[in-house]
Design a protein around this ligand. Structure first.
Ligand SMILES: C[S@@+](CC[C@H](N)C(=O)[O-])C[C@H]1O[C@@H](n2cnc3c(N)ncnc32)[C@H](O)[C@@H]1O
Length: 243
C-alpha cells in the first residue's frame, strides 16, 4: 500500500501554486465570466480539467443517502470554485447550511463571485478562507457545534499529499484523516474522490481508530485494463461516523 509519506512532494502541494491558479481564474471570471476549472489531479506532475463526472457522482451519492429536510450541514474542504456545492444547492440542499473552505483567498473570492453570479440560492452558499491543516472552520449555525452531516473532499487530500514533508519525513497529509474525523458529526458522512489513492488505500487511511469513521459505500467508476492489470483511475468512497 502506498503511504501519503511515499508520494513525492510537488509544487501542486504548495499554497503558492493554488494562489497562482485562482488568481488567474478570478481574473478570467471577472473578465469573461469563465467559472474556472473542475480540477482533478492525474499524476504527480499536473492537474487537468477533469470534467463534471466527479461532481455528478458525488451529488448523486448525496441525494441517495443525505436527506434534504431537515437541512443537513454540508462542508467541503478545499472547495476551489465551489461548483460541487452549487450543484448540491441546485439539487435542493439548503444553501445557507452549506460551507466551502479553501486556504487560497482567491479561490474563496472566485467561489463567492460565481455564487453571486449564478443566483437562485447559490449566493447563500458560504465560503471562507481556512487552512484545514491548521484551523477548523468557524461554526455556520449553532447546531454545527456537534459537527457536520456531510464533509466532502474532491481532490484536496490528493493535493495535500503532495506537500513538503517535515524533517522526520512526515507528509502534511498524515494528520488529515483524523482532522476529518473530528468535524464529522456522529451519524454523519465523509465522501471523498481521489485519483492518488485507490479505494483500499482510502479505506485504510480513513478507517483508523483516530478518525472514528467506518466504510459506508463506494461510487463505481469505469475500470481500465493495462498490461494485464485492471483498476480504476478514480476512487469515490463514503465513510460514516457511528451515531
Ligand atoms: C485539486 S484542487 C480541488 C478543488 C475543488 N475541490 C475541485 O474539485 O475543483 C485542491 C484544492 O484544495 C485546496 N487546498 C489545498 N490544501 C488545503 C488546505 N490545507 N486547506 C484548505 N484548502 C486546501 C486548494 O487551494 C485547491 O482549491
Amino acid at each position: 500500500m502506498s503511504s501519503t509519506s511515499d508520494l513525492n512532494p510537488s509544487k501542486l502541494g504548495t499554497k503558492q501554486h493554488w494562489d497562482d491558479v485562482y488568481a488567474t481564474e478570478l481574473t478570467n471570471f471577472k473578465e469573461i465570466g469563465d467559472e474556472g476549472e473542475v480540477w482533478y489531479h492525474v499524476s504527480d506532475a499536473y492537474f487537468i480539467r477533469f470534467g463534471e463526472d466527479s461532481v455528478e457522482k458525488m451529488a448523486d451519492w448525496a441525494q441517495d443517502y443525505i436527506a434534504k429536510d431537515p437541512a443537513p450541514l454540508i462542508l467541503e474542504v478545499g472547495a476551489g470554485n465551489g461548483i460541487l456545492l452549487f450543484t448540491l444547492q441546485e439539487a435542493g440542499y439548503n444553501g445557507s447550511h452549506i460551507l466551502g473552505i479553501d486556504y487560497s483567498e482567491d479561490a474563496v473570492k472566485l467561489a463567492r463571485a460565481v455564487g453571486a453570479h449564478r443566483g437562485d440560492g447559490c449566493e447563500n452558499v458560504r465560503f471562507e478562507t481556512c487552512d484545514f491543516l491548521k484551523d477548523f472552520p468557524a461554526p455556520l449555525v449553532d447546531i454545527e457545534k456537534v459537527g457536520w452531516d456531510l464533509v466532502l473532499d474532491k481532490g484536496t487530500f490528493d493535493a495535500i499529499a503532495l506537500g513538503e514533508k517535515d524533517v522526520e519525513g512526515r507528509s502534511p497529509a498524515d494528520g488529515y484523516p483524523s482532522r476529518i474525523g473530528q468535524v464529522v458529526k456522529p451519524g454523519g458522512y465523509f465522501l471523498i474522490t481521489s485519483c492518488n489513492f485507490t479505494e483500499d488505500e482510502l479505506k485504510a487511511k480513513f478507517t483508523t481508530t483516530g478518525t472514528g469513521l467506518r466504510y459506508h459505500s463506494r461510487v463505481p467508476w469505469p475500470t481500465f485494463s493495462f498490461g494485464g492489470q485492471s483498476g480504476n483511475v478514480y476512487a469515490t468512497v463514503a465513510f460514516q461516523k457511528p451515531s
